[in-house]
Design a protein around this ligand. Structure first.
Ligand SMILES: *Cc1c(COP(=O)(O)O)cnc(C)c1O
Length: 394
């Protein structure tokens, strides 16, 4: 019997580190959203990526929410946000009743286009407006043009939030993603490169950011005032990470580098075995960066023997999971009322069925497929995927 192949699934350490940390939590009865694992997980991640400090939270989404609150995003404020991403990047903007302005991607990294970002600043400056924050994403682990974006944000005096949910282990210009922004966020959801079963971390990277983030722990633990009774002057959240979850995270952090190596191996395997098929191209590997290759993503040129839906279908028939590239936020019905800024002139509908358009992000969505990238895959599994895909070219 052939086994099901997952897109990306939890992969605990071969040594059983996670269970050791959980056992310690049980033995000491720290079965709560605080304890040694939480504190140590924060310290260990800070030292792994060289951030200034970190706060362990219940999810990556909660971390984005807290970063937005830290920079003071509130009702009616603008936030410039990468369009090509998972909805969790943008949802917290709306939790705060602020308005996202979605920014298109560029071809070199698939991430936020610095030129489109400049256009957005210019457009809103004319209306006398300035965003409260910019959110950039390192999609699939691909390093964004982070230096250019950081430089634009500095020049405009706007804080940068870096969504590194998919890119833990990616190194750009010698530094970990998540440490270029004023704040960075990481996710340990079940499908990410390492998982705590669910959880996230807010990374704080500058002195000023640290000052603004002073209240994050307070907000994340129900905004309780220091009084002998339960006193509240602000709305709080129950966002802290549990000590059991943190134990899994600590164990996983020990094997992060091993997982990155395997994900990169998977990407190289696909490149080697599928790279010569006419019409297939691979996600970019920007110079000066080491991608964690969280997912291996291909693009299928127009008129090539297979469309993304064909690849997904033949793989599903073989009990193999794959999926489309994220559908950009500016094409999502839930965000239809918000603005989108792109350098592409004369934006038009490309595909009525999916709603893809002629923007750069719309085209990556229209032509992209995420191939199975589970770190437990064997060479035999990889061969099975390649054989199924190659079959479409015969
Ligand atoms: C997974 C993900 C998140 C959210 O993280 P959770 O821990 O699932 O809340 C945010 N942004 C991106 C790009 C993601 O892939």
């Amino acid at each position: 019997m052939k086994q099901h192949i997952f897109l990306a699934s939890p992969h605990m350490s071969e040594e059983g580190y996670e269970q050791q940390y959980i056992k310690e939590a049980f033995d000491t009865n720290w079965i709560a959203p605080l304890g040694k694992n939480v504190t140590e997980f924060e310290n260990e991640l800070v030292s792994e990526v060289s951030a200034k400090s970190a706060v362990a939270l219940s999810s990556g989404t909660a971390a984005i929410h807290m970063a937005l609150k830290a920079v003071g995003v509130g009702q009616g404020d603008l936030v410039f946000c990468q369009s090509l991403t998972f909805s969790a990047t943008a949802n917290p903007i709306v939790y705060e009743k602020a308005k996202p302005v979605f920014i298109d991607s560029e071809r070199d990294t698939w991430n936020m286009d610095p030129q489109a970002l400049e256009l957005a600043f210019a457009k809103y400056r004319e209306a006398g407006k300035k965003p409260k924050a910019v959110i950039v994403v390192h999609l699939y682990g691909i390093c964004a043009k982070i230096k250019e974006i950081r430089e634009i944000c500095d020049r405009q005096g706007v804080p940068l939030i870096e969504d590194a949910a998919e890119s833990l282990g990616t190194i750009c210009h010698g530094r970990h993603t998540g440490t270029f922004g004023d704040y960075g966020i990481v996710s340990f959801n079940g499908n990410k490169i390492i998982t705590s079963s669910g959880g996230g971390m807010l990374l704080v990277n500058t002195k000023d950011a640290q000052e603004r983030a002073k209240k994050v722990l307070y907000w994340a633990t129900q905004a309780r005032e220091p009084a002998p009774w339960y006193q509240h002057t602000e709305i709080g959240y129950n966002y802290r990470m549990s000590n059991i979850v943190a134990g899994i995270g600590r164990g996983q952090l020990k094997v992060l580098e091993r997982r990155v190596q395997k994900k990169r191996y998977i990407f190289e395997y696909y490149r080697k075995h599928l790279g010569s098929l006419p019409g297939i191209s691979f996600m970019p590997s920007p110079e000066g960066a080491r991608c964690n290759c969280w997912l291996s993503v291909i693009l299928l040129a127009e008129g090539c023997p297979a469309a993304p839906a064909d690849i997904i279908r033949v793989l599903a028939e073989d009990d193999v999971e794959s999926r489309p590239v994220w559908k950009p936020m500016h094409l999502q019905p839930v965000f239809a009322d918000y603005d989108f800024v792109t350098t592409v002139e004369e934006l038009r509908v490309w595909d009525e069925g999916t709603g893809a358009d002629s923007s750069v992000s719309g085209q990556i969505f229209a032509h992209g497929v995420c191939l199975p990238s589970d770190s437990k895959m064997t060479d035999e599994d990889l061969r099975r995927v390649c054989t199924a895909v190659q079959g479409l070219w015969k």
